[in-house]
Design a binder for this molecule. Structure first.
Ligand code: G4P
Length: 306
């Protein structure tokens, strides 16, 4: 399967972001905690050069906590400040202010030495589509505004959202584009639903997801779809070779179709429907908390699958 999807206006978006970078001290980069590698565009490191950096592992409610911890350590070792958040519920947002102060400590010290007191940190939120930028801005700004009384959080005609005495946010987030050169990256973004479904073959995608889950989270499918699926997944797990593994995955998909009563008109198994059910279950977190990739090993460019 060849996943190709290029959002338009990349050059324009890049230029706009370059301009906005001049206005800010801190880049708040949202990544999807289920795919912290695939949901980043490394261009941001170039664009944000010289700026303080804060990474938010968003949607951490859907990610595997143990793996999120590993990612936090990995990013921290590379000079990023990191906070795990759930922008939908607001979990983790309280830790952000302290992380911002820490990330911008140098700037704050520099201001102090020059006699500039209480100049707020100016920040911009960036991330690929669907990573949760608007949800984050709404819940973060909402909370901070509630704390500072009943002043409106967003001043119309103003480019900045004043969150507190110490932090201002550019009101429009910077949209980064996912990188598509790597098929594995495309696949993982498709699993989480960040790529337009219509251009993808659902069954093939489901088979790849089954293959990943049987290896990395061997109990997930059986727990959701029952004993027959568990057994089929168990025997496909042993297949180390990719194409045999995919064949095994199709058998698991058939069992899911059977378990869910997905039948075609001629009473055959409707695996297309089963694929849609599986993908929907996965994207809604009904298969449990899953992280699709681990930090790269030392010296390796690519991410680990397991
Ligand atoms: P964007 O601006 O970066 O494009 O993303 P947006 O905020 O629109 O969020 C995309 C989807 O991700 C939304 O779901 C949103 O609710 C969900 N989301 C954002 N942050 C979190 C989080 O921390 N945890 C979880 N579980 N979900 C999160 P949607 O289904 O597209 O919309 P809706 O049903 O919430 O309206």
């Amino acid at each position: 399967m060849n996943i190709q999807w290029y959002p338009g206006h990349m050059t324009k978006a890049r230029r706009a972001m370059q301009e906005d970078m001049k206005l800010i001290d801190l880049v708040i980069e949202l990544v999807d905690a289920r795919v912290p590698f695939s949901s980043r565009n490394p261009d941001i490191d170039q664009l944000g050069k010289g700026k303080a950096r804060l990474i938010l592992l968003n949607k951490s409610d859907m990610a595997d906590d143990r793996r999120s911890e590993a990612w936090m350590t990995w990013f921290q070792a590379r000079g990023f400040h990191v906070v795990k958040v759930n922008s939908r519920t607001g979990a983790g947002l309280k830790q952000i202010n302290a992380a911002v102060q820490e990330a911008c400590r140098e700037k704050i010290e520099r201001d102090r030495r020059r006699g500039i007191l209480n100049r707020p940190v100016r920040a911009m939120v960036v991330g690929i589509p669907n990573v949760g930028k608007s949800t984050f801005i709404n819940s973060f700004a909402g909370k901070a505004c509630a704390k500072t009384g009943n002043k409106p959080g967003v001043t119309k005609g103003n480019q900045w959202i004043r969150l507190s005495k110490t932090l201002e946010l550019l009101d429009t987030p910077g949209i980064l584009w996912p990188r598509f050169e790597d098929q594995q990256v495309g696949l993982r973004l498709a699993f989480i639903g960040s790529i337009n479904d219509e251009i993808l073959q659902k069954e093939e995608l489901a088979a790849e997801l089954i293959r990943f889950l049987t290896e990395a989270y061997p109990d997930a499918l059986g727990a959701r779809y029952g004993e027959a699926v568990k057994e089929a997944a168990g025997s496909s797990e042993e297949m180390s070779d990719h194409s045999a593994g995919i064949q095994g995955a199709y058998r698991v998909l058939e069992e899911i179709a059977r378990a869910r009563g997905c039948l075609t008109k001629g009473s055959g198994l409707d695996t297309t429907k089963a694929a849609a059910i599986l993908l929907d279950d996965f994207r809604s977190g009904r298969l449990g908390r899953v992280t699709l990739e681990m930090p790269p090993d030392k010296g390796e460019e690519k991410c680990q699958e397991n």
